[in-house]
Design a protein around this ligand. Structure first.
Ligand SMILES: Cc1cc2nc3c(=O)[nH]c(=O)nc-3n(C[C@H](O)[C@H](O)[C@H](O)COP(=O)(O)OP(=O)(O)OC[C@H]3O[C@@H](n4cnc5c(N)ncnc54)[C@H](O)[C@@H]3O)c2cc1C
Length: 489
């Protein structure tokens, strides 16, 4: 172990997505000096914010692959973890529906793969059962997975890092690792916030993990970005979806096909598409794909034709298979570099990486544990204080909060019923993430029907009250400033 007083840390994690945060939290069980370096102005700014938020059961990857194994292991951990961390989640079950009899064999193949990989409870069900489980869905046959669920992916990410922080880990935002040097038996990671030395490095930089590996002289990987676009309805769209509904996965689709997923708040998400893009940051929404999402989702659920959508977003998959090899399988890479012992690469962590993250984290701890003695911390606290949303409180609880602190009585976001007290608490997060998106992901301000029309000026006022000058307020850090100068006064 490194000397507690030295500036050297035992493990530096690069990347504050769900995978890096899960690794940080898992390692915080042990007597280790930990540091997470995140490029952006908040956690979960990468792939971990733009996904379906589905807790997968593990039947989509070939049994025995790392994807399948970490998915099934992650499924066994994630519900307990979400509960410990107070992260909104729900076990909903899921249907993969076949619209025609001839597709039943594909469902059987998926079930067989899942059974072989140890996925619990899979069942082929008929039209009547489909209607009972999800009255909105159409289909002749379906694979029913009772243990699939939904979770807020960004809240999960933030909670994992916060729990690690409570247990002594350090988290630095706006600290992109730009150069790596190896000397004196240590990795030296250069960032604009200083150079940090570490005995171990976990490279969990998502889409950029190949670039980060290259900084350490490891030129083994090539990541191909595949964009997935989504549409989302208002939570009061008039339809109530019980569980995610997927099509039979198209054979030549690099994703799982366009599916329909409920959020915990009651919105319905359509998507994602799967298109290769040149630029890893190209998360544009396109009208062509929006039309396709509606058409394809409408085949599984015709009632969707009468709802309107309030927002679109996109996530980018870090694929290890190039666009020409659509039907080839690229497994997760979780390995210590042979060239640079002590440097662990996590590459190609696409779906089901959100579900698999806790299991990948255990694998990483195991890799370190085979080389040195990891001493458990006697006072490790697995929980994070649970926060109740005003929107979820009953009248008595609301009255109690308001009488104790008037900020609970000031409504900042009318669509999602978020109070000033919640916004202030979000801004006082331990990592000092103070962007508009940081507030949004911690409170749901701006996620409702008006998409921030009402709450944005109020959040700006609160940010200023909390000491952030107007000209320093950004949407998501970097150059995304909200204001460029004063017009009068
Ligand atoms: C469209 C889509 C749908 C999906 N749906 C699901 C699903 O329903 N269920 C599921 O289980 N999985 C799903 N996934 C997969 C899941 O979202 C990802 O596997 C997971 O979020 C990957 O997390 P990560 O931490 O590896 O990457 P990221 O979240 O991208 O985190 C990497 C971080 O590294 C940072 N970084 C990059 N370079 C540097 C640097 N030089 N220095 C410091 N930091 C750096 C980035 O800013 C970023 O925050 C989906 C993915 C996509 C794209």
């Amino acid at each position: 172990m490194a000397d507690k007083k030295s500036a050297v840390c035992d493990v530096a994690v690069i990347g504050g997505g769900v995978v890096g945060s899960a690794v940080l939290r898992e390692l915080s069980r042990y007597e280790l000096r930990l540091l997470l370096l995140e490029r952006d102005a908040d956690l979960a700014e990468g792939i971990s914010k733009g996904n379906s938020g589905v807790i997968h059961a593990g039947f989509n990857a070939p049994a025995g692959s790392l994807k399948a194994r970490t998915n099934v292991a992650g499924l066994g951990m994630i519900y307990g973890l979400a509960w410990e961390l107070g992260v909104p989640h729900r076990k909903t079950g899921k249907l993969v529906v076949a619209l025609a009899d001839e597709d039943r064999s594909r469902l059987e193949e998926l079930k067989a793969e899942g059974d072989k990989g140890g996925v619990p409870g899979l069942e082929i069900v008929d039209e009547t059962a489909i209607r009972r489980l999800e009255p909105l869905a159409r289909g002749r046959w379906a694979l029913y997975s009772p243990h699939t669920g939904i979770i807020s992916p960004y809240e999960f990410t933030i909670a994992l890092s916060e729990c690690a922080w409570q247990n002594g880990a350090r988290v630095l935002l706006e600290a992109p690792v730009g150069a790596v040097d190896f000397r004196g038996g240590l990795f030296h990671l250069a960032t604009p916030k200083g150079t940090f030395a570490a005995r171990w490095v976990v490279n969990s930089a998502g889409l950029f993990s190949e670039d980060v590996a290259r900084l350490a002289g490891i030129d083994d990987f090539r990541v191909f970005p595949f964009r997935g676009e989504y549409l989302i309805t208002d939570k009061d769209c008039g339809l109530r979806l019980n569980l995610p509904v997927y099509p039979v996965p198209p054979r030549d689709d690099p994703g799982l096909g366009i599916h329909i997923t409920p959020t915990l708040e009651g919105n319905i998400i359509l998507g994602p598409s799967a298109e290769p893009v040149e630029d890893k940051r190209d998360d544009a929404s396109t009208s062509e794909v929006m039309g396709r999402l509606k058409a394809e989702a409408g085949r599984l659920m015709p009632e969707l034709s009468r709802v309107s959508f309030i927002h679109s977003y996109a996530g980018i998959r870090p694929k290890l298979v190039d666009p020409s090899g659509r039907d080839r399988f690229g497994d997760f890479i979780v390995e210590e570099s042979a060239l640079r012992p002590g440097w662990i690469n996590l590459v190609g962590i696409e779906s089901p990486g959100l579900t698999a993250a806790p299991a990948i984290a255990v694998m990483v701890a195991g890799m370190i544990g085979t080389k040195e003695d990891l001493r458990p911390k006697p006072d490790f606290d697995p929980e994070r204080p649970h926060r109740r949303r005003f929107a979820a409180m009953d009248d008595d609880e609301r009255t109690g909060r308001v009488s104790g602190d008037a900020d609970w009585g000031e409504m900042v976001c009318r669509c999602e019923h978020v109070t000033r007290a919640e916004v202030v608490a979000a801004l006082r997060n331990p990592f000092r993430a103070r962007t508009m998106d940081a507030v949004k992901r911690r409170t749901r301000c701006g996620m409702g029907r008006c998409q921030g029309g009402f709450c944005t000026p109020r959040i700006v006022e609160i940010l200023q009250d909390e000491g952030v000058p107007a000209d320093r307020i950004t949407k998501r850090g970097g150059g995304s400033r909200l204001f460029y100068g004063r017009l009068k006064g």
